[in-house]
Design a binder for this molecule. Structure first.
Ligand code: ZN
Length: 58
């Protein structure tokens, strides 16, 4: 998931293992970071989930 707000910045969090990337400036930057760093984004039960590269192995 991508979580956060303008004041404190956004975090990109793996919905499987909880690995967190902190300090992203805004929602779009978090999305771009995910795309550029091999994260997978999937819609699940109407919500977006993010999976880090490690959780996509095997
Ligand atoms: Zn993960």
């Amino acid at each position: 998931m991508i979580d956060g707000n303008r004041a404190e910045g956004y975090d990109l969090i793996c919905d499987i293992c909880g690995h967190t990337v902190v300090g992203l400036d805004d929602f779009d930057e978090a999305k771009d970071y995910a795309k550029e760093n091999g994260w997978r984004t999937e819609k699940y039960n109407g919500a977006w989930e993010n999976y880090c590269p490690k959780c996509q192995e095997g």
